[in-house]
Design a protein around this ligand. Structure first.
Ligand code: FAD
Ligand code: 2HG
Ligand code: ZN
Length: 484
């Protein structure tokens, strides 16, 4: 735990007893009240295997009413809880810190409706992102978001983290795409905000408070979301650039030259691509001749096969002639396209094969974005592997630092330097992964004291007993004087 030394179990929370278990068994099906050690160990451990809790109970409600009964009971008994989706979060937000009860949404995975005229999907929060996308593709639509964790992450987790991902540059944030939510508040109240309207200016748009609130204000139980049409022509290119300035020029050129068909603009430095090529099975470098420092994956999605392909080819030729791009390949079939994507999406998976991995997820002005990677490399002076990649089209850098094991020595070289650097650029210390446990006490680097204070007031109003996801986000000790 990165700040377990700074934080102790809050003794005002109750300890679980046998009456509690009996109550949960009276409300849920018996097999949905899990005390089995092996299953608890999975629920207690995050994707990075970095944050490990000690919960004694995992609950798997099947519907909103059950979630409501669980929360209402936990609230009156002062039992702390942690909502859990696919448990793919990268900031330690989805696992207990101590003995919080884990409430998993995995059993709430029903698709409720698809409005095919307006492209609006309504489903339960536990639906796995990839399953939703497969369902939609059969119906002629796609999800407006995509990410490497799609096979496990749930739409409720995506909404609760306000996940960005690989299609953000085209379809934008979940704040725009989510049309409605059903949320259960800490005291069990079911808040029906499950609208399906594009436009609705009647009062405050409360659903936005829950998008990105990381389980600190309520449990998302249903989601309605705008889904774009599935278009027939998708092309993927992998391009190599000699320096970072060329990547920026390429971004500007892609926004103009590819315009409305641009659907992804992802970037990786040679250290990142090499890491993926080293650790991922069955992938080889699509640009074997290139020893370039930077790689950009461009995807186009449009409605006209011939025109779109010609447009991308002309774009590639032009950028090669201009010297912006040194080398490039357009995927010739689906298998090649998926190899390009596998390399980009597999960097996370590869990054944890090296031992310890310190992950940072920064929003920065594009012109400045790679500066921190270079500075960090100098600072660590060969003692760690430093890779830079991410969603360049959205100004979002993923900076990963890998060492054989986690040590305080290396951490003190990275932090607070990285946060101070980001703050000085008025960047964000969490572009898309959230604060979770890892950055619970770091919000002040990106938000003003007044804004944080107001957040504390919302937290206090919606969860006055602080049972939801404690020790994280707004419930960290850093905020307790604000909250109490
Ligand atoms: P969890 O990890 O289970 O939970 C995340 C947080 O949300 C926790 O605080 C949890 O308490 C809360 N939560 C979960 N479900 C609910 C609910 N129903 N109601 C209330 N709170 C809830 N993130 C990106 O933004 N972009 C990426 O491109 C991206 N790529 C990734 C690639 C890989 C390989 C991995 C492992 C992760 C990646 N992530 C990415 C991070 C992660 O996948 C996302 O944050 C995702 O949205 C989390 O969804 P989940 O269902 O796994 O949620
Ligand atoms: C990505 O874009 C994810 O691949 C994960 O957001 C980034 O593992 C990371 O640091
Ligand atoms: Zn990302």
């Amino acid at each position: 735990h990165s700040f377990s030394s700074k934080i102790e179990r809050n003794p005002s929370y109750s300890l679980l007893n046998s009456d509690d278990i009996s109550y949960f068994k009276s409300v849920l099906e018996e097999k949905c009240v899990v005390q089995d050690e092996e299953r608890l160990s999975v629920a207690n451990t995050d994707w990075l295997r970095k944050y490990i809790g000690s919960s004694q109970l995992l609950l798997l409600p099947k519907n909103t009413d059950e979630v409501s009964k669980i929360l209402s009971y936990c609230n009156s008994r002062l039992l702390a809880v942690v909502p859990q989706g696919g448990n793919t979060g990268l900031v330690g937000g989805s696992v207990p810190v101590y003995d919080e009860v884990v409430i998993s949404l995995a059993n709430m995975d029903k698709i409720i409706s698809l409005d095919k005229v307006n492209g609006i999907l309504t489903c339960e929060a536990g639906c796995v992102l990839e399953n939703l996308n497969s369902f939609l593709e059969n119906e002629g639509f796609i999800m407006p978001l995509d990410l490497g964790a799609k096979g496990s992450c749930q739409i409720g987790g995506n909404v609760s983290t306000n996940a960005g991902g690989l299609r953000f540059v085209r379809y934008g944030s979940l704040h725009g795409n989510v049309l409605g939510l059903e949320v259960v508040l800490a005291n069990g109240t079911v808040l029906d905000m499950l609208g399906t309207l594009r436009k609705d200016n009647t009062g405050y748009d409360l659903k936005h408070l829950f998008i990105g609130s990381e389980g600190s204000l309520g449990i998302v139980t249903k989601v309605s979301i705008l889904t774009p049409a599935k278009l027939p022509s998708v092309n993927v290119a992998l391009l190599a650039c000699g320096d970072y300035l060329s990547c920026q020029k390429l971004l500007v050129a892609a926004k103009r030259g590819l315009g409305e068909i641009l659907s992804a603009f992802e970037f990786m430095d040679s250290h990142a691509i090499n890491l993926a090529l080293t650790h991922l099975e069955g992938v080889t470098n699509p640009l074997p001749q290139s020893e370039s420092k930077f790689y950009v994956l461009i995807e186009t999605t449009g409605s006209h096969e011939a025109n779109d392909k010609a447009k991308l080819e002309a774009f590639l030729l032009h950028t090669l002639e201009e010297g912006v791009v040194l080398d490039g390949a357009i995927a010739q079939d689906i298998s090649q396209a998926s190899t390009f994507w596998r390399i980009r999406e597999g960097i996370s998976e590869a990054s944890v094969k090296e031992g310890a991995c310190y992950k940072y997820d920064l929003s920065l002005p594009v012109e400045k974005l790679y500066g921190i990677v270079e500075e960090m490399r100098l600072r660590l002076d060969g003692t760690a592997k430093v890779i830079g990649y991410g969603h360049l089209g959205d100004g979002n850098l993923h900076l990963n630092i890998m060492t054989p094991e986690y040590t305080d020595n290396i951490l003190t070289k990275i932090e607070p330097f990285i946060y101070e650097w980001t703050s000085a650029q008025r960047g964000s210390i969490s572009a898309e992964h959230g604060l979770g446990f890892m950055k619970a006490d770091k919000i002040h680097y990106s938000k003003s004291a007044e804004a944080v204070k107001l957040m504390g007031s919302f937290k206090k109003m919606l969860d006055p007993k602080l049972i939801l996801n404690p020790y994280k986000e707004l419930a960290a000790p850093f905020f307790t004087d604000i909250i109490h």
